[in-house]
Design a protein around this ligand. Sequence first.
Ligand code: SF4
Ligand code: SF4
Length: 409
Amino acid sequence: MAKRTPSIDTKNVTAVQLMELDSCVRCGECVKWCPTYAASGEKPGLAPRDKILRWRQYMNKSYGFKAKIFGPEEIPQSELEQFKDDVYGCTTCGVCATVCEAGINTVELWEALRTNLVKKGIGPYGKLGTIPKLIKQYHNAYMLDQKDRLAWVPTDVKIADKADILYFTGCTAGYKQLSLAFATSRVLNKLGIKFSMLGEEEWCCGSNPIRTGQIDYEDVAREAARHNVEAIQKKGAKKVLFACAGCFRAAKVDWPRLLGKELPFEVIHITQFLADLIKEDKIKWEKPINKTVTYHDPCHLGRHVGVFNAPRFVLSHIPGVKFVEMERSKEFQRCCGAGGGVKAGMPDLAVAIGEARVKDALETDADILSSACPFCKRNLSDGRDSLKADIVVEDVIELVAEALGLSTT
Ligand code: SF4
Ligand code: SF4
């Protein structure tokens, strides 16, 4: 009798990750913190511990002692489909990694499992599969013309053809959330910072395919990294500024990994850049913002890259701002709900998480819930609107622009 082949394989799952599966001690700490599990009404399948234990079980059924003697035990397709849905019901926020008693690098694990399922033809979830195709064809997921990359630039903004500093706008700020691009460019102009941009040579950073397990889809993500790095080099930039946490994470962590080399320039988030200028006393504020402001750490800026203090430093130096912290902040922050493909794939779940985060902010009595990423702004705004809550959602760079007397429209 022909030996049955295992229902799963280990493609893209490293030896360390296979050992990590065994190191889970089932303490349940991750379950207490997971934002998708909480916002879903505690759907058991979404609990990080449950996903780890299921994959461990699948590995045993496929490659364990009994499987070696009697052949692998079949895992029903319907079960694998459900597992796929649960692995995609995760914003890859990383709080489960922060609190994990066993030190499991869960973000890397979820991405590896997603890639594994995609290779097996089980993933990705729903319409997420179209995004890499769109990026390949249009170089952005919004299907907009590359020629319009700079269509947002108002007549008062001055962009240099070449400069040591380059502002990488990102598809979302450049096509959809223009106020962030207006604010960033006007703030740089006002501070006398000469900067260039890539214009139609700026391609999607590749974050979505990477986070959704489609890193190998026709090499879209690697090609995006290679193209952007070469285009930035051609511009002669030494320092690249990002106001989008997702693009920043992709450039800082994913591009070097995909290309197998260090980047030939420095990448920095705009809040870090501004914090340095404040320390050098190079910012002259013009208008106080007499409001209570709290700050939501974007997962891609905070837990993924470790930038926690710069945005707080900037906010607390804006005259008039009374800065307050939410109970869950910094490493323990609750995700806004937009990441990991959840906003595109499971929008209702994303808004439910956004609502939970807005409730966290309301507990502080803040007037303004700020963040430093267009995706956070969008989903926190959706959560606020869904709750009909009375709180303003604004990016740190918009608040800086306002305090410098600049318009963001
Ligand atoms: S990364 Fe975040 S959303 Fe995903 S399982 Fe862990 S805690 Fe939950
Ligand atoms: S916190 Fe870590 S060790 Fe504890 S149940 Fe979750 S994954 Fe397992």
